[in-house]
Design a protein around this ligand. Structure first.
Ligand code: GLN
Length: 198
């Protein structure tokens, strides 16, 4: 696969920024709102936004089960912030009853929603990221953190003593928003994961 076709879930959240970041990182990037669009991509980015709203829209657009199935079948995926929450296998503080964020199970991990948000709504920090030479400038906005990872999950970065970047096989998640900085190293990592280079 030379130029992978990567979708960005476009139900809610900062879809456009990920589409540009993926294009700059060398992928063909397309928005995904319906099943035919999901079927047409090699991999999917789930952007930041609001995981409870996205969960409802996934149901409304009949994408929830097909997306779970693609992940089970090994589709590469990258989730940032709300996307990290959705890719978890278990979500703590998932939201009010009837409006919870739903776990898609792409990574065997427990994520606490709005974990940093209860302490400080948003902050920025330079963090070490495994596999990258220089630190990443990480922007956190009402961000989750990871409280448990299963066997086979690599922690790639941490902030304030909590894992905030993880990978399990072809699935990557960050609690922060690399699409909001000009640094494309994380999107390039994901593109390389999709093509099997990294
Ligand atoms: N707090 C949001 C949620 O629960 C995530 C925030 C974000 O994506 N910047 O989905």
């Amino acid at each position: 696969m030379s130029t992978p076709r990567i979708g960005v879930l476009a139900l809610q959240g900062d879809t456009r920024e990920h589409l540009s970041a993926l294009r700059e990182a060398g992928a063909t990037a397309t928005p995904v709102r319906r099943l035919s669009e999901l079927d047409a991509v090699d991999a999917l980015v789930i952007p930041g936004g609001e995981s409870t709203t996205m969960s409802h829209l996934l149901r409304d657009f009949d994408l929830l089960d097909p997306l779970r199935k693609r992940l089970l079948d090994g589709m590469p995926a990258y989730g940032a912030c709300a996307g990290m929450i959705l890719l978890a296998s278990e979500i703590l503080d998932a939201g009010s009853v009837g409006r919870e964020a739903v776990p898609l199970g792409g990574i065997d991990m427990t994520v606490r929603r709005n974990a940093f948000g209860r302490q400080v709504d948003s902050f920025e920090e330079d963090i070490e990221f495994q596999g990258l030479d220089d630190p990443v400038h990480a922007v956190f906005i009402r961000a989750p953190w990871v409280e448990r990872v299963g066997d086979g999950v690599q922690v790639l970065g941490s902030a304030a003593g909590h894992a905030v970047a993880v990978r399990q096989g072809p699935v990557l998640a960050t609690a922060f928003h690399p699409e909001m900085t000009g640094d494309r190293r994380i999107h390039r990592l994901f593109v390389d994961m999709v093509t099997g280079k990294r």
